[in-house]
Write a protein that binds this ligand. Structure first.
Ligand code: SF4
Ligand code: SF4
Ligand code: FES
Length: 283
């Protein structure tokens, strides 16, 4: 039986070639890493799934849920996963597919398992605690966004009047960064971002490329830059931008093509200037 010998080659051209040669009416194997809850041991289960045209990984998981019987005819429970938008916008369905973190809602079986009997492996992301099966708790990722105050400071309790004028060129620059969907792919790929269950360490462990990029986004926003000193001060502390090892895995892993290494370099420069300013102000 053929195995997935091309698991790590997931370029767009490779996926397109697989789509074009995908065999109609085939059955593929989903090999899924399962876990019944936090602290419980993991196990692998395999399922046979008949492929329908255009089927994605979420549809395959729904097929399994309707009849949760493994490939060796053992009755089991439906596989638990997270999902919301089903159009690669919310990031909730991110899992490790054939060794790479990506969104399962946009992952087509034709692209990853084009032949009869091909196997696709599904695992939960390793950098976040597993809630159950493929569902992970991404709270730490959102906590990092609060660390860098990734928001525009607006008090909605009274009329603030017109805000500063927007420059279309700067809006265009920020647009790319604003597409971040907090999926966690950049963190899963980053050697500096390690699994941390102890919440008391979330304020000193590496914030991650997504948070650094969001800090840059809001530092460049006409109103958001009010909080720029706070953001840079936070990014000077342990777990800040200097913890980045510059391996550049993050930018390759980001499904939205966000210029993460540019953001890391830009924030690095801003932090240096802020450190000089603080030095001369005696802070
Ligand atoms: S460049 Fe920095 S944030 Fe990106 S993967 Fe490397 S260490 Fe992680
Ligand atoms: S920067 Fe990219 S990979 Fe990282 S959380 Fe945002 S969308 Fe996902
Ligand atoms: S369900 Fe929202 S990105 Fe997949």
């Amino acid at each position: 039986m053929p195995t997935t010998a091309y698991a790590h080659d997931s370029t767009a051209a490779w996926r397109r070639a697989n789509r074009e040669r995908a065999l109609p009416g085939r059955t593929v194997i989903l090999k899924i890493k399962r876990c019944d809850g936090p602290g419980k041991p993991a196990r692998w289960e395999s399922f046979k799934v008949p492929v329908e045209p255009g089927m994605n990984v979420i549809a395959a998981l729904k097929h399994i849920a309707a009849n949760p019987v493994t490939a060796d005819a053992t009755h089991t429970t439906p596989v638990v996963y997270d999902a919301n938008c089903l159009e690669e916008v919310c990031g909730a369905c991110t899992m490790v597919i054939n060794g790479h973190a990506r969104q399962s809602c946009s992952c087509l079986l034709d692209e990853y398992a084009p032949r009869e009997g091909d196997t696709i492996t599904l695992e939960p992301m390793s950098k976040f605690p597993v809630v159950r099966d493929l569902w992970v708790d991404r709270s730490r990722l959102f906590h990092a966004l609060t660390r860098v105050k990734a928001w525009v400071p607006i008090d909605g309790t009274y009329d603030l009047g017109a805000g500063p004028k927007e420059d279309p060129a700067s809006q265009q620059d920020r647009y790319g960064m604003s597409e971040c969907m907090s999926c966690g792919c950049c963190l899963e790929a980053c050697p500096q971002y390690t699994h941390e269950d102890d919440e008391s360490k979330w304020d000193t462990s590496f914030v991650g490329a997504h948070a650094i990029s969001q800090a840059r986004l809001f530092n460049e926003h006409p109103t958001g830059k009010e909080l720029k000193p706070d953001r840079l001060d936070e990014l000077m502390t342990p777990g800040g931008v200097t913890d980045c090892g510059n391996a550049q895995n993050c930018v390759k892993a980001c499904p939205k093509g966000i210029p993460l290494t540019e953001s890391i370099a830009a924030i690095g420069r801003q932090v240096t200037l802020r450190a000089f300013a603080r030095f001369f102000q005696g802070k």
